[in-house]
Write a protein that binds this ligand. Structure first.
Ligand code: NAI
Length: 280
């Protein structure tokens, strides 16, 4: 149990990656606070974790609203006494072609994905500094910090911002023994990617060397590692887990076509050799 005695706040834990991170942190012994805009989802998870013996409560919090974030941090300190780990996971994507994005859509994505990470990180860090112990902040970025997509301009910009924010936070908070790192997942099977539909999913899998989407539990494993004492010299880093998506150009179809062509050429060459042998 690598997180025994720790209090972790995980935003956006009602579903997907946040939910798996909460389940994993609970297994590792942490007590949990789960702020989510979808209260019932986070509260249901808390009931499950409480049965398993963990202290846990949910809050109805919009991470883009400073007042709500400050209130959530104050409630956490009142109920749990402290904050050791903040996972800024809550995020949204509004799929829209670049030429059609409205100002409101742009603002909403940046507010939740980037300002939300800032607000939660700053409020948690202030509490950690006041406690005087070490602390850990994990920001959930995305491979979209590194690559773009035509239907995700605001999302990609927000995630690029999260990676850069992580670095500045790490430098600012290192004197206080607070480590700040980011995780950049590739395509993960959650409600966020469910909306892509089967043909797009298949195309993205074909473009991924491991030829599949990741599971939220695989994101949770990396988060548990970063939160543990196994990562004490890591700060300002972004860990990518994407099945090789950003490693370079890859196409499963092209690889299979090349393998088939090579096998056919080898068979033809062998047949020719056999025929020449027969002639002699
Ligand atoms: P999800 O849609 O399953 O979960 C998002 C959670 O955030 C939900 O529980 C939702 O209620 C909550 N949320 C949304 N807006 C909120 C707000 N304003 N305040 C508080 N909570 C809010 O999506 P998923 O995939 O689990 O996303 C979690 C994080 O992982 C996001 O930051 C996302 O950008 C990131 N990510 C996801 C990837 C994927 O392929 N699914 C890939 C890379 C990053």
């Amino acid at each position: 149990m690598r997180l025994a005695g720790k209090v972790a706040v995980i935003t956006g834990a009602a579903s997907g990656n946040g939910r798996e991170i909460a389940l994993r942190f609970a297994q590792e012994g942490a007590d949990l606070v789960l702020p989510d805009i979808y209260f019932n989802g986070a509260d249901g998870l808390c009931s499950l974790l409480s049965v398993q013996g963990r202290r846990c409560f949910a809050t109805q919090t919009d991470v883009s609203n400073k007042q709500e974030v400050d209130q959530m941090i104050a409630t956490t300190v009142r109920e749990m006494g402290r904050i050791d780990i903040m996972v800024a996971n809550a995020g949204i994507q509004i799929g829209r072609p670049f030429l059609d994005i409205t100002e409101e859509e742009w603002d909403r994505v940046i507010d939740v994905n980037l300002k939300g990470v800032f607000l939660c990180g700053q409020a948690a860090a202030r509490q950690m500094v006041a406690q005087g112990d070490d602390g850990c902040i994990i920001n959930i970025a995305s491979i979209m910090a590194e690559v773009g997509a035509s239907g995700a301009a605001a999302y990609a910009a927000s995630k690029g911002g999260v990676v850069q924010l992580t670095k500045s936070m790490a430098i600012a908070l290192a004197p206080h023994e607070i480590r700040v790192n980011a995780i950049a997942p590739g395509f993960i099977d959650t409600s966020m990617t469910e909306v892509l539909g089967a043909p797009v999913k298949r195309m993205l899998e074909e473009r991924t060397p491991q030829e599949r989407f990741g599971h939220p539990a695989e994101v949770a494993s990396v988060a548990a590692f970063l939160a543990s004492t196994e990562a004490t010299f890591m700060t300002g880093s972004t860990i990518t887990l994407d099945g090789g998506f950003t490693a370079g150009f890859f196409s499963a179809q092209a690889v299979r076509a090349a393998a088939t062509a090579a096998a056919e050429a080898a068979a033809e060459a062998a047949a020719q050799r056999t025929a020449q042998g027969a002639d002699v």
